[in-house]
Design a protein around this ligand. Sequence first.
Ligand SMILES: [Zn+2]
Length: 347
Amino acid sequence: MARRGRGSSYDGRMPSPHETETGSATGSGAVSATAAPAPVRSREDIDPRGRSRDRSWPPTPQPLPFPVIDNHCHLDFADGDQSLSVPEHVARAAAVGVDAQITIGSDLEAVRWTAALLASEACPPSLRGGVAVHPNEAALHARGTDHDGNPLISLGTALAEVSELLRGPGMVVVGETGLDWFRTSRQDSTARAAQIESFRAHIALAKELDLPLQIHDRDAHRDVLEILETDGAPERTVFHCFSGDAEFARTCVDRGYFLSFAGTVTFKNAGELRGALAEVGLGRVMVETDAPFLTPMPYRGRPNSSYLIPLTMATIADVTGVDLEKACRTIRATTQHVYDWPEAAAA
Ligand SMILES: [Zn+2]
């Protein structure tokens, strides 16, 4: 995900079982046996250029001719003028042929939320999850304070908790981890070292648990490849929200990695990204939302949810020159293989 500011005041404490999560609460994060946990934080209302966003939900697109899986979203984030519950996100997605989702928890608050959701009796059966310490969070744990200056637990302790929770119910992937040289200055050697340490720990964890790895790579292609090469990539390695050019895509595919395309592939200025997709074709490609971020065109900037995947799938089919139904079937088969999820069989 592209972490764009936070509405949270997470302090790194382990909540007691019945303690309501703190944060810009849009609902209670308390775990209940009868209701799925509500989102615990909100996406900011201001866009990166300081303008207020249109927070209305985009209209529902035409259903897909064959169902696909959203392999990366953040259901812990609330967005929209009317916030949707987890079951509402799931139902809206299913109505357009997005019949399963993987929700990713990428800071400790979200990690705990995701684990609690998956362990809840109220968790929709079509949901799976993954957790990790996001590279930008790794830098904060190393520094010892969050964005508001509140103390954070050490990176080692955070990684240990991630390792523990990944062994819980419904966890199918280690992620998102990787390197983010966009948010962390090259001059900040402590933050850089923490990101690298964290990335390597997650690679080792994926191999230990025999789980796939989802990589967040922002302006760090070369270093990500080098670390994967040095440490040995997990058998199933996924570049989430793939952002490279045709040459980088070819390199990734030749090394046996998988590329997951988000709504960014529909953006007007994303010619290079479409070139990358056209270069490699559908063989090792998946689809995701990174919701509530990266809403596909023509709704860029508005709230995102898995029900908008048909817009991204239309572009993927168009760019690869493959019939939409065939593209959906191919991507679904790849996703089921990567996450070892045969029971997610389409009806
Ligand atoms: Zn993400």
